[in-house]
Design a protein around this ligand. Structure first.
Ligand SMILES: CC(C)(COP(=O)(O)OP(=O)(O)OC[C@H]1O[C@@H](n2cnc3c(N)ncnc32)[C@H](O)[C@@H]1OP(=O)(O)O)[C@@H](O)C(=O)NCCC(=O)NCCS
Length: 193
């Protein structure tokens, strides 16, 4: 069964996991877009989205290595039978960004993107929420990401979701741009509207 929170947190999308196949297969038919786990057939679409949307591009090998580190937190959004967006994350262990001097298991959002034609429909937010749930199930106590300080759309999205800026990583990107390191505590309980 889907928990009350899972149902309420996301009235328009349906997230498929192998634990809930039958309920969700029915509901997927009605959803405006579908979130589902990445599989290797999606690799070329994900690489294309990454190339179109972000200056940080990776080899196929890198995508598959991130996938293997936490398959449940590599999620794609499908719309009109096309992969419209993706998120991929790694599980890491290190000093907490929010609890001083504590070592914690952390989820790291390595990359997230939605194709320009499919933006501003809630897909980006739902990808991040679904990835956070998966990371939480793997014992992550917090989730963090790096984002260009100039990337206003993404920074606003993360702030609205409850991420806080932990620090600025200067010259983080290959072109010298700075990044905000943004962190959120898990479990994340989004407000129910
Ligand atoms: C950042 C990114 C992933 C966000 O994806 P998205 O699908 O547009 O995200 P959402 O739709 O969930 O939210 C974006 C905005 O659309 C709004 N929105 C969501 N659903 C909406 C709807 N149905 N109608 C109108 N607006 C809507 C959200 O409120 C949000 O608005 P705000 O940030 O101005 O408050 C996307 O812009 C992107 O791929 N950018 C390029 C790659 C990138 O920068 N990745 C992040 C690197 S850290």
């Amino acid at each position: 069964m889907l928990s009350k929170r899972e149902k309420l947190s996301n009235p328009t999308t349906r997230y498929y996991t192998s634990r809930f196949p039958t309920i969700l297969e029915r509901e997927l038919l009605e959803a405006p877009y579908l979130l589902r786990p990445f599989h290797s057939d999606d690799l070329s679409s994900v690489i294309e989205i990454n190339r179109v949307c972000l200056p940080e591009n990776y080899s196929p090998y890198f995508f598959m290595e991130v996938y293997k580190s936490c398959p449940e937190a590599f999620i794609v959004a499908e719309k009109e039978r096309k992969v419209a967006g993706y998120i991929m994350c790694r599980l890491e262990f290190g000093f907490s960004d929010v609890r001083r001097f504590r070592m914690v298991r952390k989820g790291h959002v390595v990359s997230v993107a939605v194709m320009p034609d499919f933006r501003r429909q809630g897909i980006g937010k739902e990808l991040v929420l679904a990835a956070m749930k998966a990371l939480e199930l793997h014992g992550a106590e917090e989730c963090f990401l790096e984002v260009r300080t100039a990337n206003e759309d993404a920074v606003r999205l993360y702030k609205n979701m409850g991420f806080d800026t932990s620090r600025v990583a200067t010259h983080y990107y290959h072109d010298g741009a700075d990044a905000y390191v943004m962190t959120i505590k898990l479990p994340h309980n989004p407000p129910v509207n």
